[in-house]
Design a protein around this ligand. Sequence first.
Ligand code: PLP
Length: 447
Amino acid sequence: MSGSVPPGFDFRRDGAAALEWAARYLEHVGEYPVLARSAPGDVRSRLPATAPDAPEPFADVLRDLDEVLVPALTHWQSPRFFSYFSVTASEPGIVAELLAAALNQVAFIWRASPAATELELHVVDWLRDLLGLPAGWHGHIEDTASTSTLAALVAARHLTGRTAVVFSEHAHSSVEKAARLLGLEPRKLPTDDAYALRPADVEAELARGGVAAVVATVGTTSVTSVDPVAALAGPCADAGAWLHVDAAYAGAAWVCPELRWSQEGVERADSLVVNPHKWMLTPMDCSVVWTRRPDVFREAFTLVPEYLRTSDEAESLSDYGPALGRRFRALKLWTVIRCFGREGLQEHVREGIRLAELFERWVEEADGWGVVAPRRFSLVCFRREGSDEDNLALLEAVNASGEIFITHTRLDGRVALRLAVGNARTTEEDVGRAWDVLRREAAALRA
Ligand code: PLP
């Protein structure tokens, strides 16, 4: 056998079957238990111990997808997935991923893919403008916010030659992990009543010295708190420390002018990460990093082996991050932005917030329930009266129902339940069902 089409495989026929499978899956995704009902090892025990010697029909792959894998999926595309940050792979984004795979661009230098390189530069400029960010900032795409923040901290260390990173106890774990990977000292600060960094605490750390970077979060993972970026920018600049803003989730909200209060001061940051794969309808993975100091990124990351030397004047996007091989991620972001337009992106964010507000109101008005942190975007943190154990038991019960999937966090030492809206398929009825399931299971536990 030679070539890329194995015997028995028909690209049009099998491709059409896969697309049909995907369409049916998305039509019925709300009917599955949201959280996988699977025990560790279940999936592997149902897979052959060794790879096949002879070619197998693609139909068998689809059959096993249905029979072996789907029952062990947690359905992130479900309209009642309310965990972590709820996300959406939109249909235009899914189709663009198919095209990106067909093109298989490996866009490490300009000539390896002029189209992928230039589309990436162009589409992140579009997105920068859609989000109201400063003209002139340089952007590129990484896989995840973890990599984006790692890249920013590499730049910060390169520029400052210092060894510490300051961030809040509510910053995402990827910040501490990046610091650890880089051999930088993590300095994790407690937060104020609104779960945000206190500028005075950050100034004290800057005065202590050695601070390469301060990482401020707009929309923390636990509670969507917003660090006071505007108040941190001046002290960081005075101390020569890099200011990186992690708006991986909440940055998408800036497509709506009324939510740009949370952007105050971001224009003074050295770098910023926003994940279109979170709240902007783009399939995993797509994380955009912008910087007003692209020269520092280039100095930190550029390393051109002989075999990649060219006479091109054009820029290579592998000069801005850790990876050499780069996927054509810009294609799906471009497709999503074009197919939804500014208005569609705004509608998605506003609907998520409207549904979260609705749920928040129900919780506030119900006896024995309470909202435990200010709701800023589309996440509600709440509790049922009773102990932490009671709330964790409730969490287990609602997730075991299969009807919804939510997670928890700990705020001021106490368990808080989190309901995150963000899937574009979620309707008022779905949020209402979540509230019904919570009350039903709470009543059952009491009984
Ligand atoms: N930053 C924030 C605020 C997040 O909420 C998350 C993930 O939820 C991350 C960073 C990490 O994102 P990624 O999974 O893209 O690395």
